[in-house]
Each structure stands twice: as C-alpha cells, then as structure tokens.
Design a protein around this ligand. Structure first.
Ligand code: PMP
Length: 330
C-alpha cells in the first residue's frame, strides 16, 4: 500500500513546472517551484515544521505546550497543521485588518486567534506586538517561533528547498529567483545552491517597489508576504547577487496571466517573482535554467487580485497606452 502516515510527511518535495507561455521570446528554460502543493498550501509549511522540531529538540517546546506567534497568514497555517498533528495548542495574534476568511482558516485547524486593533500605536498595550509578547509571558509552556529571527527558518530551506532544486534540475540550475519577506527562503535556498555549485548559481531577490530590500523607504505596497520596512535577521544579504524591484501593477497583472496562460492560480508575490525571473531570463541563452519559487496559491486573493473591481479601483487593469494622449477625442 502506498500512503503517508501523517500530513507532516507531505511537507516539501514540491514539483517543478516549466512556464511555457508567459516566457514567449525567452530562450532560457524557466521553471517554477510550485509551493502550493504543500499540505497547508504554502512554502511556510517547511519552516513551521523545522522551527517546531528544533524547539522540541532544544526543550523550548514541551508536550502540551502552546505556540504563540503574531501571524495571520501562511506561517500560521503551517504552524497550525504541524501543531495539530503533534498535539500542541496554537494562539495566533493578528491585526483587525486581516480578512475573516484567513482567521477562519486558522480556527478551522483548531487554533485560537486573538484579533487586535490596527489603529493603535505599537507601544499601546492592545497592539499586535504587545499582545503577543504578553501572551507568551502569561501562558505556561508558551513558545514563540518568531520567523523573522529564527535561524531554523532559513535552515529549513538550506536542508530541503535547496537540495530539492539541485536534484530536480540535475545540477543544471543557473539562476534562482525568489521574493524576500522574512528572507528565509532566499537565504537558505541561496546559500545551499551557492555552496553546491561553487558559487555558480546566481541568486536574485524580487522585491515590491517601496520595500527596504530594493532601497525603498518602507512605503506601502499591496503585494502581500514580501518586502519589509526593517531588516530581519533571518535574511542574509550576502547570499543575494541582485535585487529586482517590481511594481504592484506588474505583479498583479502577471499573477492573473499565470492563471490564464499557465493554469497556475497563485498569489501576488508569485506574479512579482515571475516578473523578476523573466527580466533576468531575457538576457540569457538556451543553456540557462532559471528557477522561480512560487510561495502560495491564489485562493487567498480571490476578492483582490482576481476581482476586476478591486483591480480597477487601483488602476491595475489598465494596459500601457490606455492613458489619454494629446489628440485623442475624449
Ligand atoms: N510570499 C508570500 C505569500 C509569503 O507569505 C512569504 C513569507 N512571508 C514570502 C513570499 C516570502 O518568503 P520569506 O519569508 O521566506 O522571505
């Protein structure tokens, strides 16, 4: 009989898929590492598993313990699944701007979700940060993974994502492109690929325009899960050879094209990473193999990126040349 005996053994070993249509005119092979095949639907299952296993080994997380993390997104889902399988409780703290759908997903896995007001200063006792710190202090057996500073975040990618890509491409990968949020994916995967290839694999970060990684001031952007207004310790800048900044509009238009042209319903940070990957691939030849990592599925963004009204409100559906020109009859 062929079966998995736990959801945990389904984490990782995601497929590589060649992009065939959005790559028109490009001679290099462009492959997508499709992370929505993880059981929680995102790349974050990898770090959730590794961070929890390391905390068990170090004694920080004991049987019956409680995982407390300020997260509303993919990391929460990964932690909730692994916690459920291993018998830990989870308390997630999230700001009230988070959609009820996301909160309900976490509750569905048995996690408790504490919702905090967005409209208060970070120093306020009810702020997202202060509430999660207080819960850690006050809950017996509490442990906070802190994906932004936990070395097991990049380590999970060094141990799984990197080796998978090297094996899947039979060592032919020449470029790796990924978005940077905590920096865990690019730092861990990138370090592995650099080491195994004697520095030959080029590591390219994709970043929303405005984020600090590409020299921005931390101004807001709409792509979720990537970019920052501070430098997390999980991110090792030395691994990245180049950073490509991508606008929200280009990211979301490409996200929609991936669904329509490649059958890939993925999130906005995936469209962003593909825009960066195609920019890199444009100048390359037929022997080059560019791998772009797609962190999550598009299901969490149906009311935004895949909703024409939302896209129109921001002007994201307009094509270049749509703007009125001198001489146009308006
Ligand atoms: N895309 C999405 C949707 C994410 O949730 C994340 C994680 N924050 C990333 C990209 C970036 O991954 P990392 O944190 O490993 O840099």
């Amino acid at each position: 009989m062929q079966f998995h005996d736990s959801m945990i053994s389904l984490v990782g070993n995601t497929p590589l898929l060649r992009l065939n249509n959005v790559t028109a005119g490009i001679r290099a092979t462009v492959l997508a590492k499709v992370e929505y095949f993880n059981p929680g639907g995102s790349v974050k299952d990898r770090i959730a598993l590794r961070m929890i296993e390391a905390a068990e080994a170090s004694g920080e997380l004991r049987p019956g313990g409680t995982i407390v993390e300020p997260t509303s997104g993919n990391t929460g889902v990964g932690l909730a699944i692994v916690a459920q399988q291993k018998g830990y409780k989870c308390v997630f703290v999230c700001p009230d701007k988070v959609s009820t759908d996301k909160i309900n997903v976490l509750r569905a896995y048995g996690a408790e979700v504490v919702v905090c007001p967005t409209a208060v200063d970070p120093e306020h006792p009810d702020s997202y940060y202060n509430v999660s710190d207080r819960l850690v202090r006050e809950t017996p057996g509490a442990w906070k993974p802190d994906q932004y500073s936990n070395p097991n975040n990049p380590r999970s990618h060094y141990e799984t994502t990197g080796p998978e890509l090297w094996e899947q491409t039979e060592g032919r990968i020449t470029h790796f492109v990924a978005g940077i949020g905590t920096g865990g994916t690019i730092s861990g995967t990138g370090r592995y690929l650099k080491e195994i290839s004697d520095g030959k694999v080029r590591i390219v970060g994709a970043d929303p325009e405005g984020s600090v990684y590409s020299g921005g001031s931390g101004r807001p952007y709409l792509v979720e899960g990537v970019g920052e207004d501070f430098w997390p310790t999980a991110y090792d800048q030395h691994v990245t050879d180049e950073i490509v900044a991508v606008s929200d509009k280009d990211s979301f238009q490409m996200t929609r094209r991936l669904a329509k042209e490649e059958g890939l319903l993925v999130g906005g940070s995936c469209g962003m990473a593909v825009v960066a990957a195609l920019k890199v691939a444009e100048g390359l030849g037929p022997d080059d193999v560019v791998v772009v990592l797609l962190p999550d599925s598009g299901r969490g963004y149906l009311s935004k990126i895949f909703n024409d009204e939302w896209m129109n409100d921001y002007g994201f559906l307009e094509q270049p040349g749509d703007e009125p020109r001198v001489g146009d009859v308006l």
